[in-house]
Design a protein around this ligand. Structure first.
Ligand SMILES: Cc1ncc(COP(=O)(O)O)c(C=O)c1O
Length: 393
């Protein structure tokens, strides 16, 4: 080995042992079955309370059929970025379906939510601008904001008074700046929702734009699962609506929905879109099929079942005001959260322990995610399994 490789190896060993010492080491676990309410891991069947497949669509036959049909029509790899020669009919069909679903004039899709945020935020704001974001925003929003080079202001989670004071600061200190607010409809590790109607009022009052990430709202909230903005009747006032296609929609990728000009602008300025190979058409076709299901009676029935499961867990764990399909149970110490997750695994439940840096140190938690694919008995048994864990916190 060269000296350079030796020193890299040395660095990696030290870094990994440091991560391990703090109970923060992560590893991959692979499934031997399709995604679903039950999964097979290392030859054990587990009840899966860890995926974002809220409606159980990831293994739905209609998505599989749409993907296979598209594969037979146009193959798999796209061979180029969307702007070169990687745009296929399936991408355009998906974008038309997203725009119709979100009731926006247009939409643009991306290979992931991470890419959508990382490309869009810096396209909209630069070093002379101001970005104001909720403290609990997902890493992709934080990273997009940092990459933009804009002046950043963070407000405590859902604290609209502080948001307003940042907006006043932005308007007085940077009068010519573009001001962009970043928020999520459902916060991914806490499962609570944004005070969206108030955020929309504030951004209008102070002449700011809103970028709303509905990654965990789509499929779960609003009519046909259109999201929180639709549920509250404010969707038409939000400049940039992002959502993912790989969670409740059971496929892969993400979208930005908004005006036609926003779409045209992102095609020209979003670096994650421009400089990346287009997603495979079968994946786009599966996402289009998922939107079709959401808008059908079957979709309404799945959303209803999901909410029955959410309410059943809420009462089983004696919780107040669960607002989404994400139910965190805060444990505190990283090690205790790991132990609790291991005990649940032993009893046959896959519930992930979420630790720093995904959440703040000392706020490690079990993150239960519910799906329409769970049975009532899955929920009752999970709630019962939590009893012996009460001491872990
Ligand atoms: C709130 C939120 N936004 C964006 C993303 C990123 O989406 P994707 O997984 O498609 O990259 C996630 C996914 O983990 C998320 O939870």
């Amino acid at each position: 080995m060269t000296d350079l490789m030796d020193s890299l190896d040395h660095f990696l060993s030290r870094a990994l042992s440091d991560i391990r010492k703090h109970n923060l080491l992560r590893h991959l676990r692979s499934l031997d079955s399709p995604q679903g309410g039950r999964v097979s891991v290392e030859e054990r069947t587990l009840v899966n309370f860890s995926s974002n497949d809220y409606l159980g669509l990831a293994g739905h036959p209609a998505l599989r059929e749409a993907a296979v049909k598209e594969f037979e029509r146009g193959g798999f790899g796209t061979g180029a970025s969307r702007l070169v020669c990687g745009t296929f009919a399936a991408h355009e069909e998906l974008e038309a379906a997203v725009a119709a679903f979100k009731r926006t004039p247009a939409a643009l899709t991306f290979s992931s939510g991470y890419a959508a945020a990382m490309g869009t935020i810096p396209a909209l704001c630069g070093k002379d601008d101001v970005i104001i974001l909720d403290k609990l925003c997902h890493a992709c929003l934080v990273d997009g904001a940092r990459l933009s080079g804009a002046h950043l202001r963070v407000f405590p989670h859902n604290d609209t008074a502080k948001l307003e004071s940042h907006l006043r600061w932005a308007r007085s200190r940077h009068p010519a700046a573009r001001v962009l607010i970043l928020a999520e409809s459902v916060y991914s590790m806490d499962g609570d929702t944004a005070p969206l109607a108030e955020v929309v009022e504030l951004k209008d009052r102070h002449g700011a734009w809103l970028f709303l990430d509905e990654a965990h709202g789509v499929g779960v909230l609003g009519r046909s699962g259109r999201g929180l903005a639709d549920k509250l009747g404010v969707a038409g006032r939000i400049e940039v609506q992002m959502g993912t296609l790989g969670k409740a929609l059971g496929a892969h990728g993400a979208y930005i929905a908004g005006s036609r000009k926003l779409r045209d602008f992102l095609i020209n300025r979003n670096r994650a879109f421009i400089y990346s190979t287009a997603p495979p058409p079968p994946v786009a076709a599966a996402a289009t099929a998922a939107i079709g299901i959401l808008c059908s009676d079957e979709g309404s029935a799945l959303q209803k079942k999901l909410w029955l499961n959410i309410r059943a867990l809420q009462s089983g764990l004696a919780l107040n005001g669960v607002e989404s399909a994400i139910v965190p149970v805060i444990i505190g110490e990283e090690k205790n959260a790991m132990n609790a997750a291991a005990k649940l695994l032993h009893t046959g439940f896959l519930v992930p322990a979420i630790r720093y840096p995904t959440v703040a140190r000392g706020t490690a938690r079990l993150r239960i995610t519910l799906s329409a694919a769970h049975t009532t008995s899955d929920i009752t048994r999970l709630a019962r399994a939590f009893g012996p864990l009460a001491h872990e916190g």
